[in-house]
Design a protein around this ligand. Sequence first.
Ligand SMILES: C[S@@+](CC[C@H](N)C(=O)[O-])C[C@H]1O[C@@H](n2cnc3c(N)ncnc32)[C@H](O)[C@@H]1O
Length: 271
Amino acid sequence: MNSTQPDDPLADAAYRDVPAEAGGRAGRTWWDANAGEYLAEHGDFLGTADFCWCPEGLREADAGLLGDLTGARVLEIGAGAAQCSRWLAARGVDVVATDVAHGMLAAGAGYDRPGHPPTPLLQADARALPFADASFDVVFTAFGAIPFVPDAVRVHREAARVLRPGGRWVFSVTHPLRWAFPDDPGEHGLTASRSYFDRRPYVETGTSGAVLYAEYHRTLGDHVAELAAAGFVLERLVEPEWPEGHERTWGGWGPVRGRLLPGTAIFVTHR
Ligand SMILES: C[S@@+](CC[C@H](N)C(=O)[O-])C[C@H]1O[C@@H](n2cnc3c(N)ncnc32)[C@H](O)[C@@H]1O
């Protein structure tokens, strides 16, 4: 990641501990400041109304990880420009998309097609959702919220709270194994260079000393422990394989590493 904040240019990028409040706050400010740049780079891959779980290109239309959504009320957290929710809404699903960054949601509002009902969007931190208990059947996110908060168990607890008993919580994140390797899609990214067990976040700092960007690592065991602490049962851990002929790189994801290492982990759970 490279931060674009003209008033506070990038001064340092490192794996290091920072105060939790500063790290969590950057999860909003970075995405607000960089929504345009992010979507300029990845928007064509993500589409405007498409449900893609990961850079491997696994789509909900093929994977069906959310299950049968007939009559279901669905919540997306960390929705970004809400491409996934827009795809669901176009199929008649009752869905609301939330994200902490107004900049991402505003970009999403621009994706709605004139003459069609707007995708329901709401600004909300996934750690404090403005919904009643047991008001959804499914909660999901594709790479939203969890990597950007120091306290992911709060996200899981909020998902559990707003889900009805038996409700489904599905989320994708960078595969934890990737954290042991350089974030490079080429040959250099094939040699482990740091400990998988080093939980310090990747942090970018501005010349002012402010935390501009923070991304948090959890081992597979950490994810499972946090899910269990929030009362979820893990049904499946999906590790999408890199498809033959898929040449597109996204940051550290690409065909060179994709052939050898998992890049994404998708947790399919229920309350
Ligand atoms: C990689 S994007 C994922 C969104 C979309 N699926 C995509 O692929 O573009 C990460 C999103 O997480 C959001 N986010 C970060 N921290 C959050 C939080 N505490 N609560 C809700 N959303 C958060 C960001 O604003 C950003 O839109």
